[in-house]
Design a protein around this ligand. Structure first.
Ligand code: 6CS
Ligand code: FE
Length: 299
């Protein structure tokens, strides 16, 4: 298929006048890479549920190293003033730093670590590149979560991602408890694309990365999916990692406890799934949110 074909054959139309539920027509675990750290059972769980957890991906010493890197970045005035840094509306605290794998050489190495890179290649069945990376600081007391959404719906509509051939890893750098804003996810809902009603406003990303108002599923659709699939929560000690498919239905609550919830979040996209023109936005988002450097990531 040429790029023009890809951009015209839209299997996942969204941001029109109505919402709809559309069956997924992409694999979850793609054929093509037979070796890597993921076991057959892990890949089977990922295929069935849309996610799987790797306990203890990072050792306690590594968690400490990355936690110190997070602290260093938040104290760095240049980083705080960088357009790639999002601050909390209410407290002016750093909420997210995008393209962190380029800002921090340490985190850039983590993206290439075989424990991470090789598992992404196994799931996506090809060479991969980083579509997006961010550090999420959900501070205690004032951390705000994200309403239910599919990342792929945004990446398709606003970044021009053709197929569901991207996978995210969220690496916990603090303990994730059920009560400090842990990620909630619907097992199996990744097999349904939730088309969202409502046109994409100009420069939507300037607000959507603090609170998403567009590309939000209808309550009816969320209710249907929740009753069919249930809801699980990613909890676990610092160092654990959640791998989840681009089309997982997920969200997180606010954090009013004293316990911060911070993670490193890296999205890998297949080099076979390079971005084209946005499917439902006038112009593509900036490259620090959706990379257009499709060079395969190598160790
Ligand atoms: O828009 C995005 O790309 C980001 N937004 C959310 C709520 N999750 C995924 C992604 O980092
Ligand atoms: Fe998300």
């Amino acid at each position: 298929m040429t790029v023009a074909d890809l951009s015209t054959t839209d299997r996942y139309p969204t941001r029109g006048s109505d919402s709809a539920l559309i069956d997924r027509t992409d694999p979850t675990v793609w054929p093509g890479v037979s070796t890597g750290p993921a076991t057959r059972e892990e890949l089977a769980a990922h295929d069935a549920k849309g996610f799987h957890v790797v306990e203890g991906l990072l050792s306690p010493a590594e968690v400490q190293t990355y936690w110190q890197e997070l602290e260093r970045l938040t104290r760095d005035e240049d980083v705080r003033n960088d357009e790639r840094t999002i601050v909390e509306r209410t407290s002016d605290e750093v909420r997210s730093i995008f393209e962190v794998h380029r800002i921090s050489p340490l985190i850039g190495e983590l993206a290439r670590d075989p424990r991470v890179l090789d598992r992404a290649r196994q799931i996506l069945g090809s060479d991969v590149y980083v579509h997006q990376s961010r550090i999420n600081y959900m501070p205690g007391y004032r951390g705000t979560g994200f309403y239910w959404h599919s990342d792929f719906e945004t990446w398709h509509a606003e970044d021009g991602m053709p197929a569901m051939r991207a996978v995210s890893i969220s690496i916990a750098l603090t303990d994730n408890y059920p009560f400090n804003g842990g990620l909630m996810i619907m097992p199996g809902a990744h097999r349904t694309f939730v088309s969202c009603a409502g046109e994409t406003p100009e420069d939507n990303y300037k607000s959507s990365l603090k609170s998403q108002e567009v590309g939000v599923p209808s309550e009816d659709d969320i209710t249907k999916l929740a009753y069919e699939h249930g809801i699980e929560q990613f909890t676990g000690p610092a160092g654990s990692a959640l791998w989840f498919d681009s089309n997982c239905m997920h969200g997180s609550g606010n954090n009013i406890t004293p316990y911060p919830r911070s993670n490193i979040f890296i999205v890998f996209n297949s080099v076979e799934n390079a971005l084209v023109e946005p499917y439902a936005a006038k112009s593509p988002r900036p490259s620090h949110i959706a990379s257009r450097d499709f060079t395969p990531l190598t160790r």
